[in-house]
Ligand binder design. Sequence first.
Ligand code: BGC
Length: 733
Amino acid sequence: MKISKILITTVIICLSAILAAAQTAVYLDVNAPVEDRVEDALKRMTLDEKIAMTHANGKFFSPGVPRLGIPGLMMSDGPHGVRAEINWNNWGYAGWTTDSATAYPALTGLAATWNRDLARRYGTSIGAEARYRGKNVLLGPGVNICRTPLNGRNFEYMGEDPYLAGELAAEYIQGVQSNGVAACVKHYALNNQEKWRDNIDVTVDERTLNELYLPAFRKAVQDGGAWSIMGAYNKVNGQHCCHNELLLNTILRGQWGFDGAVITDWGGAHDAREAALNGLDIEMGSYTNGLTTESAFTYDDYYLGKPYKQLLLAGEVPMSTLDDKARNILRLIMRTSMNGSQQYGSLASDEHLADAQAIADESVVLLKNNGILPLDPKAGKRVLVVGENATRNLCKGGGSSELKPRVLETPLEHLVARYGNVTYTPGYRSGKAMYSSAEEIPETELDSLRQVAVDLAREADVVIYIGGMNKNAYQDCEASDRADFHLSYKQDQLIAELAAANPNIIVANISGNAYAMPWLDRVPAVIQSWYPGSVGARSLAAVIAGDVNPSGKLPFSFPVRLEDNNAHAKGALSYPGIEDANGPRQEYLDGIFVGYRHHDTNRVPALFPFGYGLSYTTFSYGKPSVSSSDIVDTVTLTIPVTNTGNRPGSETVQLYVADLKSSLPRPAKELKGFKKVALEPGETANVEFVVTLDDLKFYDPARGGWIAEPGKFNLLVGASSADIRATVPIRLK
Ligand code: BGC
């Protein structure tokens, strides 16, 4: 009796101790609801601890609450691999020997796969690397729309269509975050060029903003469930994006219900009061105000440091702004480093190389082929490889997406392995990878490199040209735009002269942007590939040799001339903007008619249209059927697609919607669905699309939002935006 009394008392004491412990440390209880943990942590924090959280304490770090055991945030670029370690307090590389990572294909390459499963695999794989490297926030993916082929950062984004970019971003983000690592979607918003990026004031009409430039971000936030987002450098409607009332308070938090953390681009904050009031959570920076030179100031001098504290103490901004920021940051920490089930991750593994290769395999786009491809290695031809990108390290340069890969293969080594009898000459030279200034290569040097190549071309059976762009300043590189739509280093002349010397030439260019092809008629085959990462070179060689049947499709249009791009057609105010006493400003005069929306509506044919890409096999599209010709909620369209050639291959079937009559002008067609199907020779797949009312809508500012007007619509099924294989009318009553 006595013993059992003692026992019961002991159990009660233990239980209440456990309960008390749980009560006093809800924030540490990984099984408690996240919001309870956040509130519990918040109420224990001092004013200074909260303020400390809202700004960096290192180049890629922001503090937690050391006293409470709440870890700080470790961030890393993104988006194509986990960047090598940077010094704590300057931009030098730390020189670690343990930070080599997998370099994945650039996001343009992912977009060219049109494959949601691969986007998920990309995110899962890169997220595991971030985890292993101890990162909580991976700075990517980027979903800014490709508005002009001169934008130096298009290679980090996913093309010109918000639906394509949004669909892939959502998968990528979920993949990353399955590791307990936050994705940070960037750069929100209207950062569609690098020229004047720090302070250009972008003006865009409400409809264009909503139809073109926001949907990929919205999908990243709502479908992808992104835990963080990065504000862009530029201004929108007069206010910097990192503390922009409209973008952050009204749209992101108000309309989309975003509950993650808003992080500045590095040095993107410019005003303490706006930063306090307009939805920003964490100020990151290069230096004190982030933009120019190193100074004696400390991280506490950031706008969200001492200046913010002064505003709070003077009552000029409410304390609730600070609690909201701290909540958002704590939530991010609870979702990542304190989620209790974070994985350990893995780094630079063979599995990750296989992921990177699978993406690269499906990213290569065959633009032209008169039959010279695939090039059979058994034919024993004497092959001449020309072009710097056959050997160049394309992970180097480009800005913040630069990588230190554990494995880095080149096209040349794979072509040598396949064809054996290979001679190589560069044909041109581009100089070193530099951030903001380009090395001028003397014309005479380019001329003599070209002459050597042309002479060798005469001796070869076939020439494989591997050139294009690179990550130098004014190429595909952050902080500057391209100066010219043509390929640099006199490559146009080089390709034309090589083709004249040897008509058996395969041009395989690597870039993250479209460029002019004045030599197109003179070459029998053109392959477009993207920054390949660690092992993408294998994929390129495999496509050339025919081991991989190309299945990539262009994520943006290739205009014939720069003026055929609508941002450029509309003059300097449209691109790059004009500069006056108030700084640079720009108006998106091209409105919603961006990319194929312009080419198809205004009948300006593209050289290669959005969604275009050839295969070594052929596909036929059969007769489509719809569940109903009247749409009430949804209509299901089914179309048989058959591989009519003699090789296995994959086709991306695209669904566009055309509104036949509307109160506001609409694009001739808009992408609303895509499916990639792998088919054996002779095999048929019934490809199904569910069309919803949302797919018929446009944004009407006068009527306050998205509306579908009754009337006739065409559902267009195509192999590209310009190659429509079936048209099905439907009606909305
Ligand atoms: C870039 C961001 C990048 C950050 C940190 C900025 O200059 O715009 O995309 O994440 O630097 O490297």
